[in-house]
Design a protein around this ligand. Structure first.
Ligand SMILES: Nc1nc2c(ncn2[C@@H]2O[C@H](COP(=O)(O)OP(=O)(O)OP(=O)(O)O)[C@@H](O)[C@H]2O)c(=O)[nH]1
Ligand SMILES: [Mg+2]
Length: 283
C-alpha cells in the first residue's frame, strides 16, 4: 500500500461515490440526474472536465472552487467559470480538480465524484491503485448499455472489482436507446457475463437512462413522451434502485464527521490519485 496522503496526514473520510468510465457514456448526466440539477458539465463533445467533487454544503449559497495543480490554495469560481474549466491535452490547465458545495440535495454526506472520461485521443486507460481510506469509496462503473460488455470495459471493471470488491455498482446508461425486450435481456444476462469474465460475485447492474431521469419531474416533457412507456418504467425503476443503493452505502458508512472543508476533501488520497491521473495513475 502506498502512502498517498498529503504531508503524512490522512484526513477523515466522507463516503464517496466515484463515477468512472469511457468518455461520453453519461457520467456527468447521471450525477446531474441524481442531484436533480445541472451541476456538472454534460455535453455531446468529450468534456475534458477535471475530476469534480460534489458535496453537500451547510451554507445557503452554492459554492464552486478550483484546486491549482501546485495545491497553492483554492480559487473560488462562479458556476459559469466552474463549467468552463477544461483539462488541456498539452497539460497547460493550471488546475487539478474542481469542487462544488451545494445546499440541500438528496445526500447528506455522500460526495459524488465525477471524473473525466478516458480520452480517445490520449488512448488513456485509467486504472486506480489501492488507496488508503478506500473503504469509504463506492466505485460506480458507468458504460453505454449498448457497449457495456466490450472487452476494454470488462477489463476496466475487472481491475476495479479487484480493488473495490463488493463496493462496486455497474450502470448501463442510455437504455432509452433500446426497446424493453433488449433492456431486460441485457440486464438479466449481465451477472452471467460478468461471472464468466471472472468478475465474481458480480456487482449489481442497473439499466437506466440519465436523460429520462433528468426529465422525470417534468410532466409534459417531449422526450419522455416519445419514449415507450415500458422502456420508461424499466429505466425509472432501475434509477430508483440506484438511488437506494447509494443511500444504503451512505447509511452504512460510520457517522463520524468527515472532511470539514474542500481543502481537506481535495487532499484525500483519492483526490490526490485522481488529480495525478492520467500522468501517474494510468497504466
Ligand atoms: N439518449 C441519452 N443520452 C444521454 C444519456 N445520458 C447522457 N446522454 C448524452 O450523452 C452525451 C454525453 O453525456 P455526458 O454526461 O457529458 O457524458 P460523460 O460520460 O460525462 O462524458 P465525459 O465527461 O466527456 O467523459 C450528452 O450529449 C448527453 O446528453 C441518456 O441516458 N440517454
Ligand atoms: Mg463528464
Amino acid at each position: 500500500m502506498t502512502d498517498a496522503s498529503v504531508g503524512g496526514v490522512t484526513p477523515p473520510q466522507l463516503p464517496l461515490a466515484l463515477f468512472m468510465g469511457d468518455f461520453n457514456v453519461g457520467k456527468s448526466a447521471l450525477i446531474n440526474a441524481l442531484l436533480r440539477r445541472e451541476t456538472v458539465l454534460s455535453t455531446r463533445e468529450e468534456s475534458r472536465a477535471l475530476p469534480t467533487f460534489v458535496a453537500r454544503s451547510a451554507q445557503r449559497e452554492a459554492r464552486y472552487v478550483a484546486l491549482p495543480r501546485d495545491r497553492s490554495g483554492l480559487e473560488a469560481k462562479s458556476h459559469e467559470e466552474f463549467m468552463e474549466v477544461r483539462r488541456d491535452v498539452g497539460g497547460a490547465c493550471p488546475y487539478g480538480a474542481m469542487g462544488a458545495a451545494l445546499p440541500g440535495g438528496p445526500f447528506s454526506r455522500l460526495v459524488l465524484v465525477d471524473t473525466p472520461g478516458m480520452s480517445s485521443d490520449l488512448s488513456e486507460s485509467v486504472r486506480l491503485s489501492r488507496l488508503p481510506g478506500q473503504e469509504s469509496v463506492l466505485f460506480v462503473a458507468v458504460a453505454d448499455i449498448e457497449y457495456w460488455s466490450a472487452r476494454h470495459t470488462l477489463d476496466f471493471m475487472a481491475h476495479h472489482h479487484e480493488l473495490f470488491g463488493g463496493a462496486m455498482l455497474i450502470v448501463g446508461n442510455k437504455a432509452d436507446h433500446l426497446n424493453a425486450e433488449e433492456i431486460r435481456r441485457i440486464r438479466d444476462k449481465a451477472p452471467v457475463r460478468l461471472e464468466r469474465y471472472g468478475i465474481a460475485p458480480p456487482p449489481r447492474f442497473f439499466a437506466l437512462s440519465a436523460r429520462l431521469e433528468l426529465a422525470r419531474g417534468l410532466p409534459h416533457n417531449e422526450y419522455r413522451r416519445r419514449v415507450k412507456q415500458e422502456v420508461r418504467e424499466l429505466c425509472d425503476g432501475d434509477f430508483d434502485a440506484l438511488r437506494v443503493a447509494l443511500y444504503e452505502f451512505e447509511a452504512a458508512q460510520s457517522a463520524e464527521s468527515g472532511c470539514q472543508s474542500f481543502k481537506q476533501l481535495l487532499q484525500t488520497p483519492l483526490a490526490t490519485a485522481l488529480i495525478q491521473t492520467p500522468e501517474v495513475s494510468a497504466v
